[in-house]
Design a protein around this ligand. Structure first.
Ligand code: DGJ
Length: 331
C-alpha cells in the first residue's frame, strides 16, 4: 500500500515536470519573431498554428487585425492582432457554428471586415454555403461593435439575385464601401456599392470580364489607379493570377494581365495589404497555399507587390518577408 502511494507520488511529480517543461517550450515559441518564412506553418504568440485562411486585414489604433477562416471544431472565423505584422496574438473566435441557426451546417469562406464610422460597427462579409457543395453561392453578413468580440450573424442572401462565391470588401478613401464576388457559376466578377451602413448591396456597379472565370479577388488603390487581382478557377489547385487596373472602380477596367509565375508561387490571392509607414507605402500580397485534402495543412504566402509604373504591378518570390511598419519598407 505504502509502495503504491510512493509510486503515485513519483508519477505526480513526473506529470508536474512534463507540464512545466511543455510550458517552457511554448514560452520559447513566443519569442519575438523578426520575419515571416513563406510556406511554413505560421504560429501565433502562444506557439499555436494560425488559422486565418482566405483572410483580410484591418488597422484599428496601433493594431493590425488579421481575420480569416479557422474551420477547427466548429469555428468559422478567428481573429489575431499584431503591432508589427510578424508576431500575431490570438484574440478569439468571431463566428462559430453556434453563432446562429443558419450556421449549423454552413461552410464559411473568405471573411472580410471593415469599420463603419456612422454606425460604429465592424461589418463582416463572407461567402456562405449550406451543406457540402457550393450550390448556395450566397453572401452573408455579421456585425460587432468590438472587433475582438463575437460577431452577431445577420443573414445570407444573393446580391441582386446573383450567385456570390469568392468575395472581398473594399472601403474607399471617401468611406464608400464595395463588395465584389464571383457570380454566375464564377463566370463573372461583379462589384457592388454598399449601402451607407454597409449592411446591404445598394447598386451593381460593374460586371467584369463576362465568361472570364475569375475568383479570389483582392482590390487595392494606389495613386490614381485601382488594381484588382484575381485567380483563375481551378478548385484548390493554384494557377497564375492576373490583374487589371482602372481609374474608377466602376471602370472601364483594363484587360487582364498576367502576374507572378504559372502557379502564383503555389498560392491563391486573398488580400492586398498596404503597409503605410513614414517613409513609404509598400504593398503585401497575401495568399493561401491550399491543401484542399488536409485543410489545416494549408500555408500562407506573403510577397512584395511592386509597381513599375502607375499602372504596372509585379509579384516576385521571396523566401522571407521582413518589414518595418514604422517606415513602410519591406525587404
Ligand atoms: C477556390 C476558392 O478560391 C476557395 O475559396 C474555395 O472556394 C475553393 N475554390 C473550393 O474548391
Amino acid at each position: 500500500m505504502r509502495c503504491q502511494k510512493t509510486q503515485l507520488f513519483v508519477l505526480f511529480i513526473a506529470l508536474v515536470n512534463i507540464f512545466l517543461f511543455n510550458t517552457t517550450i511554448s514560452a520559447q515559441t513566443s519569442v519575438n519573431k523578426t520575419e515571416i518564412i513563406n510556406g511554413t506553418d505560421l504560429t501565433d504568440t502562444q506557439g499555436n498554428i494560425i488559422n486565418a485562411h482566405g483572410g483580410g486585414f484591418l488597422k484599428v489604433g496601433k493594431y493590425y487585425y488579421w481575420i480569416g477562416e479557422n474551420r477547427r471544431k466548429g469555428v468559422f472565423v478567428s481573429c489575431y492582432r499584431s503591432t508589427d505584422l510578424i508576431n500575431w496574438e490570438f484574440r478569439g473566435d468571431l463566428l462559430t457554428r453556434q453563432s446562429h441557426k443558419e450556421l449549423d451546417k454552413a461552410n464559411i469562406e473568405r471573411p472580410k471586415v471593415i469599420y463603419n464610422e456612422r454606425t460604429r460597427q465592424f461589418v463582416m462579409w463572407m461567402h456562405y454555403e449550406y451543406g457540402p457543395d457550393y450550390s448556395y453561392a450566397r453572401a452573408a453578413i455579421a456585425t460587432s461593435s468590438d472587433i475582438e468580440k463575437p460577431f452577431s450573424y445577420l443573414r445570407s442572401f444573393r446580391p441582386f439575385n446573383n450567385m456570390s462565391r469568392d468575395c472581398n470588401l473594399y472601403k474607399d478613401e471617401d468611406g464608400i464601401a464595395y463588395f465584389y464576388s464571383s457570380a454566375r457559376e464564377n463566370y463573372d466578377m461583379i462589384i457592388y456599392k454598399l449601402s451607407d451602413d454597409y449592411l446591404d448591396t445598394k447598386e451593381q456597379i460593374a460586371t467584369l470580364w463576362p465568361g472570364g472565370h475569375r475568383e479570389a479577388p483582392a482590390l487595392v488603390k494606389r495613386g490614381n489607379y485601382y488594381f484588382l487581382l484575381t485567380s483563375g478557377c481551378t478548385g484548390w489547385a493554384p494557377n497564375q493570377a492576373k490583374y487589371a487596373y482602372s481609374k474608377s472602380i466602376k471602370g472601364p477596367w483594363s484587360e487582364l494581365k498576367l502576374i507572378g509565375n504559372s502557379t502564383t508561387f503555389d498560392s491563391q490571392s486573398t488580400y492586398i495589404l498596404p503597409v503605410e509607414g513614414d517613409k513609404t507605402t509598400s504593398y503585401l500580397y497575401v495568399g493561401d497555399r491550399w491543401d484542399g485534402k488536409q485543410y489545416f495543412n494549408s500555408k500562407y504566402i506573403f510577397l512584395p507587390l511592386t509597381f513599375q509604373s502607375d499602372s504596372t504591378m509585379e509579384l516576385r518570390w521571396v523566401e522571407k518577408i521582413r518589414l518595418s511598419v514604422k517606415t513602410g519598407e519591406i525587404n
